[in-house]
Design a protein around this ligand. Sequence first.
Ligand code: DGT
Ligand code: CA
Ligand code: CA
Ligand code: ZN
Length: 568
Amino acid sequence: MMENDEVAKVLDETADMLEVAGENFFRVRAYRNAAQAIRDQAVQVAGLSKEQIDEIPGIGADLAGKITTIVKTGGLPLHHELASKFPPQLLELRDIPGLGPKRLKLLIDHLQIRDRDDLEKAVKSEAIRKIRGFGPKIEDRIRESLLRRETGQGKRMLYAEATRIAAQIEAHLRKCTAIREFELAGSFRRRRETIGDLDAVAAAADCAAVMKHFTAFPGITQVIGSGETKTSVVLKGGLQVDLRVVPAKSFGAALTYFTGSKSHNVHLRRIAQARGLLLNEYGLFRGAAVVAGRTEEEIYRALGLSWMPPELREDRGEIEAAASGKLPKLIERKNLRGDLHTHSLYTDGHASIEDMARQARQSGLEYVAITDHSRRLAMAHGLDPERLREQRREIERIRKKLSGISLLQGIEVDILDDGRLDLPADALSKLDWVVASVHYKLEQNPADMTRRLIKAIRNPNVDVIGHPSGRLLEHREPSKFDLAEILRVAREEGCALEINSQPQRSDLTDTACMAAKQAGVKLVISSDAHSTRDFALLDYGVNQARRGWIEKDDVLNTRPLKNLRPRR
Ligand code: DGT
Ligand code: CA
Ligand code: CA
Ligand code: ZN
């Protein structure tokens, strides 16, 4: 059966191609909305009837029919027709940060761009800036994006996207009877927000049997080197997987080595050398004698260190901390008692407030804040004071009938370009929780952006700054501001900063989390859920926090509701 993501991808690609072809906005949007609605479904749409698909909010009868075609045939005639019109090299360009389908269409119309080479030439001759709707800034961004791609960066996969593939690989390999131990390693094990490739380590006596089993994995398109101890393959979506097979007595050493990071390894090796030892992927040795190798614990202990969670292994002080018994006790998902950033049908969410509240309870939470958008986001039907009052009444009605979850009325209020907020103080002060976020003019110069954020932080109605940098991985650069200054004021004002769990955002970053903790600024880990399914995203926010050395007490939504708000 087709996965929802695969169905949604066909719809998204169709939307992109329609847009490049100059189709009208509403038709394009219908495909995009349908794709999003399908991604948000908890059940597989491939198992639903056309009538059931029709009932999903955001999907009309026409698209329901198309979706059944996709599910039945794996494709869509319209998609094929459009794809035959555009060379594939052309469509790849729409993923370049700064471009997107709309601008791509302009480039095709004005400069007859057909592929990457054409685009590079156009950038070089500064032809792009002359087109209306572009200008030098956008041309520069396209140039930077092209450069990044050339150096091999910018092709990373979101951790969240890799988890499904990783689980499939792991399940496949665990069926191999020759394997005695198995673990995924590399940046995936360290839970970086994006991964370059997937690394795996297995312990086995019969390497050949393992390699044979591995290369029989159904999703492989290419085997790029298969040796005694290492095999690399490329999967359908382009992800590379490296598998290393070592004897069981070396498993811990190999796991440590291939978990990395590289700089963590380099530091470990230095410590080994200082003790007259040699550390590599086969073990820790004194001359020819094996000191350790079977488990990670053994290796770390022999180096005078305690074992540490992979998320910390970036050589950012974890080795020193382990040597002196000062490793942090990292936050866990089960420490979260509430979610303080979610959306509902009132704006751009896909579920009712009641369904969101029920799912929050189902996810083990004690409280949830509905924080829909404010009025400036007209596209999302942002709330004005009048609709906020209306929403309040609904929330009160749900509170009466729903037990086991505290429902808060909040808002995600827009921070305007000058730092004022999109709603008046008297509307905000009536709310239980206020997230303030920047959603436009992210490319402001750093001094203005710093002032803008500080003004919002100083606003006594604001509890937390949402997705502070506004970045979208692989898509939009973070806005630039003076982080130290932001942290200083946030600390002074008792305003928290958000770790947004949406995989593309993962915002704050791990290092910004560390800086916040050092500055004494509290954090909030939020799902920014737009559907009931999105509460599961909290795991990714927790990953990010753990990479930033964050402990339970650093995070406001680990507190019981009654102790939640520090400043009011
Ligand atoms: P990625 O794939 O770019 O997201 O990042 P990693 O950390 O997974 O890096 P990768 O796949 O190149 O290598 C996996 C691990 O193997 C890495 O974390 C540390 C180890 N490793 C790779 N190359 C070297 C090296 O030259 N020296 C040392 N000490 N370790 C290495
Ligand atoms: Ca890797
Ligand atoms: Ca690798
Ligand atoms: Zn937002």
